[in-house]
Design a binder for this molecule. Structure first.
Ligand SMILES: Nc1ncnc2c1ncn2[C@@H]1O[C@H](COP(=O)(O)OP(=O)(O)OP(=O)(O)O)[C@@H](O)[C@H]1O
Ligand SMILES: [Mg+2]
Length: 145
């Protein structure tokens, strides 16, 4: 059997008002799969955190473009959030709970939420080039009835 697949792609200017759009648009797309409401909420949080990071850290609240792609094949959802901003020098360190480069304002929990709510989080980044965050989550097998 052929895999059931679908995808969407969009770009938004780096503007915190667009975080809600990205989160809701991806959730609406993802809802083609049979998530529970809690799982959909988790996906929204993960997308919010990644898009916020691109705007706040990648572009330091300045101008830029954030690219969002969501796709699925059968039960596996993949979301890619990409910016062309300042990049992350150490992607392992950045993903540690509580690590933040803005300690006066932020908690350093964004990546922790992404890891908590998604099955896989992959971060590819190059300083002065940008950052790509790949979020993967599979619809769990549910018992019948
Ligand atoms: N897209 C990005 N571009 C550049 N740096 C990033 C990006 N995403 C994350 N970072 C770096 O990784 C650090 C950790 O990110 P994380 O989301 O876990 O915490 P935070 O954004 O600092 O705080 P919080 O998410 O709790 O508000 C950030 O402080 C920042 O230095
Ligand atoms: Mg964050």
């Amino acid at each position: 059997m052929m895999a059931d697949t679908n995808w969407v792609k969009f770009e938004i200017p780096s503007d915190t008002r667009n975080v809600a759009f990205a989160r809701t648009a991806v959730a609406l797309f993802a809802s083609q799969l049979d998530w529970t409401l809690d799982e959909l909420e988790d996906i929204k949080v993960a997308v919010s955190e990644a898009v916020s990071n691109s705007i706040i850290h990648g572009y330091q609240l300045g101008e830029g473009v954030v690219r969002v792609e969501a796709s699925y094949a059968d039960r596996k959802l993949t979301i890619v959030i990409e910016d062309y901003g300042q990049g992350i020098p150490d992607v392992e360190l950045a993903q540690e709970t509580g690590y933040t480069t803005i300690p006066e304002e932020r908690m350093g929990l964004g990546f922790t939420f992404m890891h908590e709510y998604m099955d896989e989080v992959l971060v590819v980044s190059e300083v002065q080039k940008g950052t790509k965050v790949i979020l993967i989550k599979e619809v769990p097998q549910r018992s019948e009835g």
